[in-house]
Design a binder for this molecule. Structure first.
Ligand code: SAM
Length: 275
């Protein structure tokens, strides 16, 4: 049976029973945890979570689906369906003061990157500990790629500055109704920001990463030249541990952080500094 759905909202509902159990199982014991579910849809994951966690907030943008779930879970006080755009939701207001939550979701794929950025910020603020997330396979491959492999890029570096990422399993389109055009992969993230350990400030380093990865085909030095550093400045400050012709895609985060620290004292022209 094909369920009624809104393609614009990324509505591909999970119909593989063992997969929905495996997604919830991946968060382990939830009996004392607050859980935030992103995009509960018709409740494939919500139904299993409801009896396992201490408190569940399920954030759904689609008014009809939110109403359906509110009715369905009306007798389970620990489940709260919130009709909201996840990107506008205030996680801090949902989580009891001094505690943290876990996040779960078969994501609406059209906003995967924005959701990830929001989760990284929430992880840095100590609001969330772990997340189990289903996303398009190609995006999951980029999030979890290691330096030097083809898929490694800005998304990988950003994710891995913020979380340890485990690749759990991949599902074919037939696990959903209606089937999407892509395969889907479930990742587990343990939020553990590395900024302090690597001696960098989060805002400055995030901006630096964007500059370093600005154009994939360019070398790191050429991307930094385009960002406003002069050739002389780069030669003078360049760490001996990093080959001059390196591309950002090949550098481990430790080396990227070393490069950032080496260039920190260089003032960029005003028009480049805020980019
Ligand atoms: N969890 C359900 C499942 O696994 O069958 C549904 C997953 S479906 C891929 C994504 C869900 O996210 C849909 O229910 C969709 O309405 C909802 N959604 C889309 N955009 C959203 C947003 N900005 N905020 C919250 N939910 C959203």
């Amino acid at each position: 049976m094909q369920m009624k759905h809104k393609p614009k909202l990324g509505q591909n509902f999970l119909v593989d029973d063992s997969a929905r159990h495996a997604i919830v199982d991946a968060l382990g014991d939830l009996s004392k945890r607050t859980v935030i579910e992103i995009g509960p849809g018709h409740g494939a994951i919500t139904e299993i979570l409801a009896s396992r966690c201490r408190k569940l907030f399920a954030l759904e943008l689609d008014r009809g689906l939110a109403a359906e779930l509110t009715f369905r879970f009306r007798d389970q006080a620990q489940v709260q369906i919130v009709e909201v755009d996840v990107l506008k939701a205030d996680f801090r207001a949902l989580i009891p003061a001094g505690e943290s939550a876990d996040v779960i979701g078969n994501l609406p794929y059209y906003i995967t990157s924005d959701i990830l950025l929001k989760l990284f910020a929430a992880g840095s603020a100590g609001l969330i500990d772990r997340a189990v997330l289903m996303m398009q396979r190609e995006v999951a491959d980029r999030v979890s790629a290691e330096p030097g492999v083809r898929d490694y890029g800005l998304l990988s570096a950003t994710a891995q500055m913020n979380a340890q990422v485990d690749h759990l399993f991949t599902l074919p389109p037939s696990a959903f109704s209606p089937p999407p055009e892509v395969y889907s992969t479930v990742l587990r993230m343990h939020f553990a920001p590395r900024f302090t350990e690597l001696g960098v400030d989060p805002n400055g380093f995030n901006n630096f990463l964007k500059r370093c990865f600005a154009q994939k085909r360019k070398t790191l030095q050429n991307n930094l030249r385009a960002a406003g550093y002069s050739a002389e400045q780069l030669i003078e400050a360049w760490p001996g541990t990093i080959p001059a012709q390196s591309r950002a895609e090949s550098l481990a985060l430790e080396l990227m952080a070393e490069l950032y620290r080496s260039l920190l004292d260089i003032d960029l022209p005003a028009e480049n500094a805020s980019k």
